[in-house]
Design a protein around this ligand. Structure first.
Ligand code: ASN
Length: 342
């Protein structure tokens, strides 16, 4: 397996400074593999497994029940998410290999596939998509990063933040009630039953510019410590596919933050106009030759307006279960910098 030049390592952002201070605190126990767990730890692992099962049962029912088509994920593609520019990204290595004489990349996210699928055969769909992101190894101590994880990635043709917001808030509220009913015993034993409350809807919405002013740039880490309910953050400058209003410079995108934990969902209304996408790629130094299909569709007017988001499935499970590290909800932990046999 070869690796692409590490073109886009993001260092020196305020977010990473904060992550580094967490990293050096050394307070967090790194999740162990199954064979290294004690009897009690295996019981806890199984209880978290039951909570995770109810999370998956509820989410898949919630989306299929609302008429979403359920697609299966892909692992290798010529084109994947550039994950750049993104203030939260910290990719140490990009995984590329060659198959049948072609260079392919492991999925960083299925955003490109989502835009194409949504504009063609699947105007309303979701996919449980494994993402491979080789995060900087120092991120093992955040408790919130894994180098393999799953997104419940969905996309809706002709939609906007209002539609996504209504959908996601109903799903999160319904999820908490469901899991408290279906995994009551496990949540009690994990010490999470009492503190896990069905959140009040609608969730508050904050503008990233206001948070930057309030927290002096450290908002991604400070905000979760200050909130008691999930909240939305909008207007975050990042990848070309999120919609940016050319006149105002505002970004029509949104992240959902969970109290104490952090970001669990990220999404946007999408760009679909060829000229704008090309201009943003050129501005950001994203290689147009990696996005030929998307650009061709856009040029032919076949890329359609849509909105969507990806929910970090392990992060959502971690919050619901009250776990300490996302690796704890993974049967086979994929903690940055820590490579176990399985
Ligand atoms: N899944 C995200 C979205 O829908 C993209 C990402 O993960 N980078 O916007």
């Amino acid at each position: 397996m070869t690796n692409s030049p590490v073109a886009f390592i993001d260092i020196g952002t305020s977010r990473l400074d904060v992550v580094e201070s967490l990293e050096t605190s050394g307070a967090l126990e790194i999740p162990k593999p199954l064979d290294a767990l004690s009897g009690n730890e295996l019981v806890r692992k199984a209880q978290i497994g039951k909570v995770g099962t109810e999370v998956l049962r509820y989410l898949t029912n919630a989306f299929t029940g609302r008429g979403f088509t359920w697609l299966l994920p892909v692992i290798f593609s010529k084109s994947t998410d550039p994950l750049w520019p993104d203030p939260g990204a910290s990719i140490e290595k990009r995984v590329e290999t060659e198959i049948y004489g072609e260079t392919v990349r492991t999925t960083l996210s299925m955003i490109i596939h989502k835009l194409v699928a949504c504009s063609t055969a699947y105007p309303k769909f979701f996919v449980l998509s494994p993402n491979v992101r080789i995060e900087r190894r120092e991120r093992k101590a955040t408790g919130w990063h894994a180098y393999e994880f799953t997104q419940l990635d969905f996309e809706l043709a002709g939609a906007g933040f209002r539609d996504v917001r209504r959908l996601v808030e109903a799903v999160i509220a319904g999820l908490v009630s469901h899991v408290k009913k279906r995994a009551e015993r496990e949540l009690k034993s994990l010490g999470r039953y009492g503190s896990l409350k069905t959140p009040e809807t609608p969730f508050r919405v904050y503008d990233r510019e206001d948070l930057e002013a309030k927290y002096e740039g450290r908002w991604e880490v400070s905000l979760p410590q200050d909130i008691r309910e999930p909240v939305w953050v909008t207007n975050i400058p990042r990848e070309f596919y999120d919609f940016e209003d050319a006149a105002t410079g505002r970004w029509d995108n949104y992240d959902l933050f969970l109290p104490k934990y952090g970001e669990v969902l990220s999404g946007a209304r999408r760009e679909w106009e060829y000229g704008k996408i090309v201009a943003k790629m050129e501005r950001d130094g994203v290689k147009k030759e990696n996005y030929t299909l998307l650009l061709t569709l856009a040029k032919e007017g076949k890329l359609k307006p849509s909105a969507g988001a990806g929910i970090g499935v392990e992060r959502l499970m971690t919050w619901v279960a009250g776990a300490r590290h996302v690796g704890e909800v993974q049967a086979f932990p994929k903690v940055p910098g820590v490579v176990y046999e399985l």
